[in-house]
Write a protein that binds this ligand. Structure first.
Ligand code: 13P
Ligand code: SF4
Length: 304
C-alpha cells in the first residue's frame, strides 16, 4: 500500500518533469490505470496517441499498441515499460503468410485488427478495432473480397453483422477464446438477473448468449446507461476496476476466473517508474514500414 502510494506520487512528479502522457488500456492492473492520464479501449488509445502534444508517451498496454502510437506520433518518444508484453494473437499473422494469402484472393481488401504488428499493418489496407470493425467493413466496396486478420471470432462476428462473406484467418485471443458457453451459462445460473456483456473476441457460442456485444469502452458505456443493476462480464478481468469506478452502485461478475491476459498484467508501477527515469525501453518503427502502416491507421481514424 505504502509502496503503491510512493511510486504513484513519484510517477506523477516525473511525468510532469518529462512532459509525458501515460496511456493505459482497461486490462491493466488497477494501480496502473490509476496513474494514467487516459484509460480506454484500443480505439480511444490510438486517438489519444494521435492527438497528444506531450513529448513522451508511456504506453501501459502491449507491444502493438505502443507501435501504433509510434506510427501516429513519430516525433515522440514512445515507452513500453515492459518491453516483453506482446499480444499472442498479433503474432499469429506474419508478413510472409499474409502476402501468400493475398496472392490467393485477387482484388482482396485486407482489414487488419489493430492487434497486429506494424509490418502487418503496412501490408494491409485498413485497420479496425473491436469498436469500429462492423463500421469499417460496411464502408468497403461491395464488389471486392475482404480478408479479415487475425481474429477469426471477431471476423465471424463482423460477417454476421454486415451480412458479407469475409475471408477469415485462423487467429484467436488466448484469453477470450478460453471462455465457453458453459462458463457463461453457469454464471447466469448464479446471477439470473444479470445482463451478459461480451467482447467480440469471444467464441460465437459465447456471443450468442450476449445481451450486448461491444469493445471494452462500449461495455462500460452500456453498463452506465443500462437500467440493469447486475452484469456478467465476458472479457479480461482488468476492466472490473473501471466498471466499479464508473458504476459504483452496480454489480459486476467475471464470467470465469480464466479471463486474465498475462501480457496485460506484465506492466507494473515499478516498471512505469523506471521507464520515466531512464526513458527506456522505447518502441520505434522503421520509416518505410511506418509510412505504409500509417495509411491503414489513418483510413480507420477517418471512418470512425
Ligand atoms: P478493446 O479494448 O479495443 O476492446 O480491445 C480488446 C483487446 O483485447 C486489446 O488487446
Ligand atoms: Fe492480445 Fe487477448 Fe491479451 Fe488483448 S487480451 S492483448 S487480444 S492476448
Amino acid at each position: 500500500e505504502d509502496k503503491i502510494r510512493y511510486l504513484s506520487e513519484e510517477i506523477k512528479r516525473l511525468k510532469k518533469e518529462r512532459r509525458a502522457v501515460i496511456l493505459s488500456h482497461v486490462y491493466q492492473r488497477p494501480e496502473v490505470q490509476e496513474i494514467a492520464d487516459f484509460v480506454g479501449d484500443s480505439l480511444g488509445l490510438s486517438q489519444q496517441a494521435a492527438k497528444t502534444d506531450a513529448e513522451v508517451i508511456v504506453f501501459c498496454g502491449v507491444h502493438f499498441m505502443a507501435e501504433s502510437a509510434a506510427i501516429l506520433s513519430p516525433d515522440k518518444i514512445v515507452l513500453l515499460p515492459e518491453i516483453k508484453a506482446g499480444c499472442p494473437m498479433a503474432d499469429m499473422v506474419t508478413v510472409e503468410a499474409l502476402r501468400e494469402r493475398k496472392k490467393e484472393i485477387p482484388g482482396v481488401i485486407v482489414v487488419c485488427y489493430v492487434n497486429t504488428s506494424a509490418a502487418v499493418k503496412a501490408e494491409s489496407d485498413v485497420c479496425c478495432t473491436s469498436a469500429n470493425a462492423v463500421k469499417i467493413v460496411s464502408s468497403l466496396p461491395e464488389d471486392r473480397p475482404v480478408l479479415f486478420i487475425p481474429d477469426e471470432n471477431l471476423g465471424q462476428y463482423v460477417a454476421r453483422q454486415t451480412g458479407r462473406k469475409i475471408h477469415l484467418w485462423e487467429g484467436y485471443c488466448n484469453t477470450h477464446d478460453k471462455l465457453f458457453a458453459e462458463d457463461v451459462l453457469a454464471a447466469r445460473e448464479a446471477h439470473p438477473n444479470a445482463l451478459v456483456l461480451v467482447h467480440p473476441e469471444c467464441r460465437p457460442e459465447v456471443i450468442d448468449l450476449a445481451d450486448a456485444v461491444a469493445s471494452t469502452t462500449g461495455m462500460i458505456r452500456f453498463a452506465r446507461e443500462s437500467d440493469a443493476r447486475e452484469f456478467i462480464v465476458c472479457t479480461e478481468t482488468g476492466i472490473l476496476h473501471q466498471f466499479r469506478k464508473q458504476c459504483p452502485d452496480k454489480e459486476f461478475y467475471l464470467a470465469s476466473d480464466k479471463l486474465i491476459c498475462p501480457n496485460m498484467k506484465a506492466t507494473t508501477l515499478e516498471k512505469v517508474h523506471r521507464a520515466l527515469v531512464t526513458l527506456e525501453p522505447r518502441v520505434t518503427v522503421p520509416p518505410e514500414i511506418r509510412e505504409k502502416a500509417l495509411r491503414s491507421l489513418e483510413r480507420m481514424l477517418a471512418v470512425t
